[in-house]
Design a protein around this ligand. Structure first.
Ligand code: PSV
Ligand code: MN
Ligand code: MN
Length: 388
């Protein structure tokens, strides 16, 4: 049986990074429903993220999206984070919202546009130098809408060229995390549509390039835990963008649509040492809270990851291994299901209380008065950008 002290230690050590854009207004292409009290600038996004960390104790890092979080002085932004017990996390590049990118960014047929896009990625590494961030997260909306529109292999070559240039610019303690997505906004071909394409590019680039798995970026029915297990076993899993989906890239709260899938993913992570800091797997959220209250939704999401992690840590790996070796299919499956069916909420409440935290972070947030404070204080919130 798993040692409960070790389970608690692993839960205490796990860190979950929250996205700056999750705190701002967002919506669909049909409507952005503005909420009262949302942050007006990146500094206020950090103020809200600090509340998530205050009540969960496990969310000290905040991912930035450039240019949504562009500021004049990143050192000052880093200092603002530090004063609140936070650190700046992954720098997410954005080569998808300028008119120039209609036919792509680093895969665009025009070298001028490719240069502009690559320069933006290099600028993101400059920002990482200033913020102390170690991860550059790359997601490309590049692709085509119609058969024959562009040369598939030619686009791969352009992509490889840009990635190689950015890879060369990375410092010793920096890495690039390449994110794939099946479709959208491109509807016929996407230049990085799946883990295999991302993996092939990362393998060619070298050890500082790893794949990021956004849980919302697969076709329905895809076995994401298989991808996770494979990438981890090859040292190529850089991290997660957690969210959940019912249909496409819905960006709903992680664990809301399919908590069992989240458990299966985290079981592979836990079993293959992905919870150990040295493995370097970043647990990030990439979500948008369009209709629900944002800060408590981020807290809820952090808790959902913790609950799935706790269940994964409760899997009796000795019993599982024994059942697998002896070909006992039912016993092996039962070893997983026993853990999944355990109510881990009391254990997590205990872990929090042992650290001097409130057992229920959402209730603690609601009682804190922060929501009333920001609603009264902030008039005219910014739009987070686009919540894809
Ligand atoms: C793209 O859909 C994505 O998942 C990428 O991570 C972007 O950076 C993020 O969404 C923007 O919300
Ligand atoms: Mn993502
Ligand atoms: Mn997405």
């Amino acid at each position: 049986m798993p040692d409960i002290a070790a389970v608690k230690a692993a839960l205490t050590a796990q860190r979950i990074e929250t996205p700056s854009w999750g705190y701002g207004n967002s919506g669909t292409r049909f409507k952005v429903f503005a909420q009262a009290g949302v942050p007006r600038d990146p500094y206020e996004k950090l103020d809200d993220a600090a509340k998530v960390h205050e009540f969960t104790g496990v969310a000290p890092k905040v991912a930035l999206h450039i240019p949504w979080d562009r500021v004049d002085d990143y050192t000052a932004l880093g200092a603002h984070a530090k004063e609140r017990g936070l650190e700046l996390g992954a720098i997410n590049s954005n080569v998808f919202q300028d008119d120039d990118y209609k036919l792509g960014s680093v895969c665009h047929p025009d070298p001028r546009v490719r240069r502009k896009a690559t320069d933006h990625l290099l600028e993101c590494v400059d920002i990482m130098d200033a913020t102390g961030s170690s991860d550059l997260k790359l997601w490309f909306s590049d692709g085509t809408n119609y058969p024959g529109q562009d040369d598939i292999v030619g686009r791969q070559e352009r992509l490889a060229e840009a990635l190689a240039e950015v890879y060369e610019r990375l410092g010793d303690d920096q890495r690039m995390l390449l994110e794939y997505k099946l479709f959208e906004p491109a509807f016929y071909t996407t230049d990085v549509p799946d883990w295999g394409t991302a993996y092939a590019h990362c393998l060619k680039l070298g050890p500082k390039a790893q794949v990021v798995v956004d849980t919302g970026h697969h076709a329905p029915g895809t076995n994401i835990e298989f991808i996770v297990a494979f990438l981890l076993s090859q040292g190529k899993l850089g991290g997660f963008d957690f969210n959940s989906r019912f249909y496409a890239d819905d960006d709903l709260m992680v664990g809301a649509a399919d908590p069992f899938q989240l458990f299966r993913i985290l079981h592979e992570v836990a079993k293959n040492r992905g919870l150990e800091a040295e493995t370097g797997v970043a647990f990030m959220l990439d979500q948008c809270h369009n209709i629900e209250a944002k800060i408590p939704a981020v807290i809820r999401s952090v808790m959902n990851v913790q609950e799935a992690t706790a269940k994964a840590l409760l899997v009796d790996l000795d019993a599982l291994g024994e059942a697998q070796r002896s070909g006992d299919v039912l016993a092996a499956n039962a070893a997983l299901m026993d853990a999944y069916n355990t109510d881990v909420r009391p254990l997590l409440r205990e872990v929090r209380e042992e650290r001097g935290l409130a057992p229920d972070p959402v209730a603690a947030y609601r009682a804190s008065g922060w929501q009333e404070h920001i609603v009264a204080d902030r008039v005219g919130g910014t739009q987070a950008g686009w919540g894809a």
